[in-house]
Write a protein that binds this ligand. Structure first.
Ligand code: SF4
Ligand code: SF4
Length: 75
């Protein structure tokens, strides 16, 4: 199962990813961004898009399952 992970070495704790996630996956706990509800994450990548860092301090880890036959359909 794919899930997201915060790169704490680089995260600035700006909280943008937390406010832009529509699924309440992320929370701020003692100035640290935590993946509080990983099960709710739909891997929409919005948090990565809004992260001011390049590359984002959030990444997807693990494998995405299902939908394998549509993975080349982009574009
Ligand atoms: S990938 Fe989407 S659902 Fe998952 S934490 Fe980021 S914004 Fe929220
Ligand atoms: S948007 Fe990026 S830098 Fe800001 S808190 Fe989230 S992961 Fe950290």
């Amino acid at each position: 199962m794919a899930q997201i992970e915060i790169d704490y070495e680089r995260c600035k704790g700006c909280g943008k990813c937390v406010s832009y996630c529509n699924y309440s996956v992320l929370e701020i706990l003692d100035d640290l961004i935590v993946v509080a509800s990983p099960g709710k994450c739909v891997i929409c990548m919005k948090c990565m898009d809004v992260c001011p860092l390049n590359p984002p301090a959030i990444r997807v880890v693990g494998e995405r399952t299902g939908d394998s036959c549509t993975r080349h359909k982009k574009g």
